[in-house]
Design a protein around this ligand. Structure first.
Ligand code: HPA
Ligand code: ZN
Length: 336
């Protein structure tokens, strides 16, 4: 349902991105450049061959290749370059503010110092063209003790991180596995989010809320299987960071036309649109808006709601939030 005017509106409207894994912004070209720079050998002969390997059947088949791609990141400058490339690309999509996930365990397990990872990403956020903050994710396929050790390692860099999240293989690794590390993070004053209800059941969304005390749910698209939970999450204005292209690539939905996005909005849920891993799933945040609006019955009113939701759900100071929301309202009030 995408006409030229709506397309332009989606591209030009100010927005926040709240679900982007920075390692998932690593484009094949940059993977090859960093591999060469660092003398890392890749099991793919060319950029094209690597891109062709991006044929995923589920979350795990993606994660295997995503962790392999991240193995070219060695120096602080590598993390800086990756992050700066994302920030510049996001700015072109009129992203005003991004809350960026990173996976320290993917790197520290390879012997990369924790500080190298955080300093590189953080320095790019300071130098980049948009507002950006960092959320450190724990890998849920690893034991909670590893997550606790990672959080302790982060303490000297506490001021560079606004929150913690939970990602990687969902099914079989429920939120309650991480109850203690999330409680510790909460006591440190960190914001809390978790991936839940991407491939996992609504019960994982419920335990992310009740056991981990998260403030946003990442994905959450499977919530519609539980009507009582939908009513509760809508009532509490708990945001869902939905990633439409990711969901289709990882076969959470067969085609974009069967994505639950419109139903989630109709249920009164605080939905946002995000890119997840843009280099792997076929597009940055505006590509996600355009693909969803093209395939689903969504209009300018939904665009405004989604743009507002993205800032409402952001971990920003009230004054910053008000300023961004005023920018959204001014943008839409100028449209006719
Ligand atoms: N789900 C879980 N883990 C992830 C994802 C995702 O979509 N992207 C990067 N790590
Ligand atoms: Zn994700």
């Amino acid at each position: 349902m995408l006409n030229t005017q709506l397309r332009h509106m989606l591209q030009a409207m100010p927005k926040a991105e709240l679900h982007i894994h920075i390692e998932g912004s690593l484009e094949p070209e940059l993977i090859f450049e960093l591999a060469q720079r660092n003398g890392v050998s890749l099991p793919y002969p060319s950029v094209e061959a690597l891109r062709e390997a991006y044929a995923f059947t589920d979350l795990q088949s993606f994660l295997d290749i995503y962790y392999a791609g991240a193995s070219v990141l060695i120096t602080e400058q590598d993390f800086y370059d990756m992050t700066m490339a994302y920030l510049e690309r996001a700015a072109r999509d009129n992203v005003r503010h991004a809350e960026i996930f990173f996976d320290p365990q993917t790197h520290t397990a390879r012997g990369i110092p924790f500080r190298t990872v955080v300093d590189g990403i953080w320095r790019a956020c300071q130098d980049g063209p948009i507002s950006a903050t960092l959320i450190m994710c724990f890998l849920r396929h690893l034991p909670e003790s590893d997550a606790i050790a990672t959080l302790e390692e982060a303490l000297p860099l506490r001021d560079k991180i606004i929150g913690v999240g939970l990602d990687s293989s969902e099914v079989g690794h429920p939120p309650e596995k991480f109850a203690r590390v999330f409680e510790r993070a909460r006591n440190l004053g960190l914001h809390l989010v978790a991936h839940a209800g991407e491939e996992g059941p609504p019960a994982y969304i419920e335990s992310a809320l009740d056991v981990l005390n998260v403030e946003r749910i990442d994905h959450g698209v499977r919530i519609l299987d539980d009507a009582d939970l939908v009513a509760r999450v809508a009532r509490e204005r708990m945001a869902l960071t939905v990633c439409p292209l990711s969901n289709v690539k990882l076969r959470v939905f067969d085609v974009m036309g069967s994505h639950s996005l419109r139903r989630l909005l109709d249920a009164g849920l605080a939905v946002t649109i995000n890119s997840d891993d843009p280099a792997y799933f076929g597009g940055y945040v505006n590509d996600n808006y355009l693909a969803a609006f093209d395939a689903l019955p969504l209009d300018a009113g939904h665009a405004r709601t989604l743009a507002r939701n993205s800032f409402e759900a952001a971990f920003l100071e009230p004054e910053q939030k008000r300023a961004f929301l005023a920018e959204v309202d001014a943008f839409f009030n100028q449209q006719h």
